[in-house]
Design a protein around this ligand. Structure first.
Ligand SMILES: *[C@@H]1O[C@H](CO)[C@@H](O)[C@H](O)[C@H]1NC(C)=O
Ligand SMILES: *[C@@H]1O[C@H](CO)[C@@H](O)[C@H](O)[C@H]1NC(C)=O
Ligand SMILES: CC(=O)N[C@H]1CO[C@H](CO)[C@@H](O)[C@@H]1O
Length: 507
């Protein structure tokens, strides 16, 4: 076991290379902390501006827990890739037309990262854990003969759906005009029906040839990975973990989540991902939440990359108003943001709801809010990190998926683990398609109210759903403690790399 070989363990060095986008970096930083707490040296490689985002939280970690974790920065190739200075992450790109440039920047980081590995990382890396969206790491790992492990950022349900759809080629039978037809995802324990447009871009490649090439490269580079680490846990989706492990054969699957539970104390919860977050604002939210009864407040947040049209967002706001229930509504959105930020005051909304509603126009301390006992429902875009944070906090979900893996996550939440209710989104809104559906309203205020009542109201089914999500929250807490499956998987991962390193040494 790990503990019986302390010297070797002392020589282990895991290198993390996260994708520069908050939803991707934060879970990887948490995973890195978990490893460092097991006495394994960890280096997180990122760019200067991204490093600033989690530096405070890491400093505290070093101070309080483990000095075995460090950040090493590599310059972001702004000018070489044609991306404005000051922008080093996917969510701060001034326009999504620059997405291609962003992927170019990632590939340009290959050389500097190789340099770093060759000249400055000590001990020499035992393995690299990286975001699959940075496919050049496959070449780096091959060059240095280091095992590479993919961090995927989703769950095994997702991975299995993609794998089975891809392998069976069922999507090829459907053209884009066939969007009313449902595709049944083959080989799953549940009957999961999807429309083609709701599937990730892998199956809806669009027309940008360069992006299609990038995606193919990513898909290609997934082959030959040593393993996959997943921010999920076996108690949540055991059938799917087992089946995914079975279909991908010798690539190992370690479920290590929910990694956000590493941040136990409130200061860390609030500070996560935001260096400037102040106690004053935190106190304001906590005071508001303290003033409402248990399970009575709605938390609505559609994520940092949301593509919802202003008209649709307004419909959500008016729905929240109609419920007469207290709420916290996070309005940070990437699409036509300025327009939307003016609406609450110009329309009089802010004034009308001021006794029972808080609007957050910037970053929100999501874990801090969700883990407060007065939160009774979470209206979410179903990004995986948010979904998992909701589940881990024992809060039932109202699902409003938009694109990428979000429709899969909706199925998992509503149909597989049955802890949420659909709000009724039918059409995916991919980047660039925001105005495709007329004024962009898919979900009326009445539907918003219905879904909220369906989750928060009285009744046996609703009560059961609330109990179920509380049970999953307990399982989530236990799984990362000693004896839990995620805790065990982390031990097994360390042990596996240790064995691998010793074999390489012997040969
Ligand atoms: C330090 O680790 C313990 C558990 O190992 C955890 O409860 C605590 O929150 C950690 N401290 C910080 C600052 O993360
Ligand atoms: C993760 O842990 C479970 C049991 O807790 C085990 O069945 C599974 O094989 C482990 N995964 C890996 C890749 O070792
Ligand atoms: C804890 C964490 O990583 N939360 C992030 C999850 O993703 C949303 C965006 O989709 C961010 O706003 C959260 O900060």
């Amino acid at each position: 076991m790990v503990s019986s070989t302390p010297q070797l363990c002392n020589n282990l060095h895991f290198v993390f290379i996260p994708l520069m986008a908050p939803g991707h970096i934060l879970p990887m930083v948490d995973m890195a902390k978990l490893l460092a707490r097991r006495n394994v040296k960890v280096t997180i490689v990122t760019t200067p501006l991204n490093a600033l985002q989690f530096k405070a939280s890491l400093d505290r970690e070093v101070h309080q827990n483990s000095s075995k974790i460090q950040i090493v920065v590599v310059k972001f190739p702004n000018s070489e890739a044609g991306i404005p200075q000051g922008c080093e992450s996917l969510d701060t790109l001034p326009s999504m037309d620059l997405k291609e440039n962003f992927f170019l920047a990632l590939s340009l980081m290959q050389m500097p990262i190789e340099d770093l590995i060759e000249k400055s990382l000590d001990p020499f890396p035992s393995c690299i854990i990286y975001d699959k969206n940075i496919p050049c790491v496959a070449e780096i790992a091959t060059k240095f003969n280091v095992p590479r492990i993919i961090f995927d950022g989703t769950n095994c349900f997702n991975l299995l759906c993609n794998h089975n759809l891809y392998a069976s080629k069922v999507c090829d039978k459907f053209s884009d005009d066939d969007d009313d037809q449902v595709i049944v995802v083959p080989g799953l324990p549940h009957r999961i029906e999807m429309r083609k447009s709701q599937l990730p871009t892998l199956f809806n490649p669009g027309t940008n040839q360069n992006l299609i090439k990038v995606r193919e490269k990513i898909r290609e580079s997934e082959k030959g990975a040593y393993g996959v680490v997943v921010n999920s846990f076996e108690e949540l989706e055991l059938e799917y973990v087992r089946e995914y492990q079975r279909v991908i054969g010798c690539t190992k699957v370690w479920c290590l989540g929910p990694v956000s539970l590493t941040n136990k104390d409130d200061l860390d919860k609030a500070q996560r991902g935001n260096k400037e977050f102040s106690n004053e604002i935190e106190n304001k939210y906590v005071k508001f939440l303290d003033s409402w009864p248990k399970g009575s407040v709605i938390y609505a947040c559609l994520g940092s990359l949301n593509r919802v049209s202003p008209k649709q967002l307004i419909e959500i706001g008016l729905g929240l108003e109609m419920t007469k229930r207290p709420f916290i509504w996070v309005l940070r959105g990437a699409y036509r943001k300025d327009e939307m930020e003016k609406w609450p005051s110009e329309n009089g909304f802010e004034e009308r709801v001021k006794e029972r509603g808080i609007l957050i126009k910037g970053w929100a301390p999501q874990i801090l809010i969700l883990s407060h006992s007065s939160i009774g429902a979470f209206l979410t875009h179903c990004g995986w990190n948010s979904t998992l944070e909701g589940i881990s906090s024992g809060v039932p979900l109202i699902t409003f998926p938009m694109f990428a893996d979000q429709f899969y996550n909706e199925k998992l939440v509503v149909q597989v683990i049955e802890i949420g209710v659909r709000i009724g989104v039918e059409n995916a809104v991919h980047f660039g398609d925001e105005d495709k559906f007329g004024d962009g309203v898919q979900v009326t205020r009445e539907k918003v109210v219905d879904a909220i009542e369906n989750v928060m109201g009285e009744g046996e089914e609703k009560e059961k759903r609330r109990e179920r999500v509380k049970e999953y929250a307990d399982l989530a807490k236990n799984t990362i403690e000693e004896g839990g499956s995620s805790y065990n998987n982390l031990s097994l991962l360390i042990e596996d790399i240790l064995n691998h390193v010793s074999k390489v040494l012997i040969n």
